[in-house]
Design a binder for this molecule. Sequence first.
Ligand code: ADP
Ligand code: MG
Length: 462
Amino acid sequence: MHLADFWKETLSQIQQTTSESEFVLFFSNLNVIFEEDNNLTVESPSAFFRDKLRSTFGGKLEGILKDLTGHQVNIEFTVKAPAEKAVSLPAEKPAMKQNSSSSIASSGSFDHAKLRPHSMLNPDFTFDNFVVGGNNDFAYNCAVAISKDPGTNYNPLLLYGGVGLGKTHLMQAIGNAIYQNNPKANILYIPTESFVNEFLDAINTKKTSSFKNKYRNADVLLLDDIHDLQRKRETQEELFNTFNALYQSKKQLVFTCDRPPQELRDFTDRLLSRLTLGINADLQIPTWETRMVILKKKAEVRQLKVSDDVLEIISRKITTNIRDLESALKQISAYAELTSRDLTLEVTQSLLKNIFAGPVQQSIPMDLVMKVVAEFFKMSVSDLKGKKRTQAITQPRQIAMYIIREMTEFSTTEVGIEFGGRDHTTVMHAVQKIVDKLKTEPNFDIVIQNIMRTIRERANAS
Ligand code: ADP
Ligand code: MG
C-alpha cells in the first residue's frame, strides 16, 4: 500500500471520531502531498486552519498513521498558496494609492480606484477593517476561506451571535472580497425583512416568477438576520426552494442569525437543517484587549486624537457589543471637539456614565457567574467557593474566576475575597491556567462560550 492509501484510511478513522461539521470543516479542503514513505505535507486554506490542524489533529493523525504503517510518519502542515484569481487577497493591503484623508475605507482592502462599490454592500465592511480576536477568529477564517473559493467547501455559512457583534460586517466583507476578485459575480445581499416583503409583494402582484429568477440566479446569496423568518411560513418555503436550487449548482450561501440556530422558533425543520448543513460559526463579545484594538483602529481610521488611557476606560466599561463601543467613542470625541475640552480620565468617565446610564449597560454580579458555572458542572456554589482541591472542583473554580475577570470589572482581590478569602495571586494563577488551556485545547473555548452565553442571557432576563 502507498502512503496515499494509508492516508485515506486515516481520514476515515478520524471521521468516525469527529462530528460531521467538524470533519467537513477541517478535512474537506486539504491538499495532501505525499513525499517519501514517511513524510507528507498537508496544505490547508489558511494559517488558522493550519494551526488548528496541527494542535488538534496532528498527534492523532500521526498516531493512526503509525499504527497503520508500522512506522513513524511525519506530517508537515502548511498553508495553500492562493489561487491565481485571488491575486488581491482580501487580507492584504492593496498596492494601490492610499488615500489617508478619507474614511475607514482608505485603510481597507476595497479598491475604490478600480471598482465602484457594489450597490448592495457597504464598502467599509471589509476584512481589513475587521479586528480579529479569539471571539471571532473561527468565523473570520471561514469567511476569508469562502471569499477565496466561494461555493466549494464551506457552504452554507451560518454566522450567529448577538446584536452589534459584526455579523453584517463579516457577511458583507465576503461579498466585497468576492466582488473585488470577480466584479461580474452576481452577489445579492438582502436583509431577511426585505426578502420577506419582496416575496409577499411578488405574490400580491403575481410576479413570483421574476422573484424566483432573481434569487435563483445569484452566484452568492447573503441573507442577513434570518431570525426574521420566524413565523413566516410561506417565505420559509420559498427560501427552502431557493436554497436547494443554489446549493445544487454550487452557489455560495451565507446567513446570519441573532441566536444559535437551534433556538429559532417557528421554523420548519427542513429549512433549519439546510441552513445548518455547512459551517456554523458564532461571534462572541470580544475580550477587553480585543475591544481595545477595535477602538484604536476606529480612532485611527477616523483620525481621532484620543489617548490610550481614554480608550482603555471605554473598552473596560462598554462590554455589550461593538456597536455600543463605536458609538461611545463617537460621542466622546464629538464632545471633546464641540467643547474643545481635553478628554481627561474624569471627563471620559462622567461622559460614559451619561451615555450608558440605565439598562443598556448590564453589569453582571459575581454570584450569577458562580451560580451558572456551578449548575453547568452540577456542583454546589459552596463547593465552588470552598477549599476542596480535587480536579473536579478546581477546574470549574478556575473557570468561574476566569469568566468573572472576562465579564465583570471586579479586581482579582475582590474575586479572591468572594472565593473564600483567597489571595489575589491565586486568582491570577487560576485565570492564567484557563488562558493556557484555551490556547492548547480548541474545544475548551466552546465550553467557556456556552457558559458565558447563559450568564448573559440570565443577566438580561433579570
Ligand atoms: P451585527 O450585524 O452583528 O448586529 P454589525 O456587523 O452591524 O453587527 O457590526 C456593528 C458595528 O461594529 C459595525 O460598525 C461594524 O463595523 C463594527 N464591528 C463589528 N465587529 C467588528 C470587528 N471585529 N472589528 C471592527 N469593527 C467591528
Ligand atoms: Mg446585522
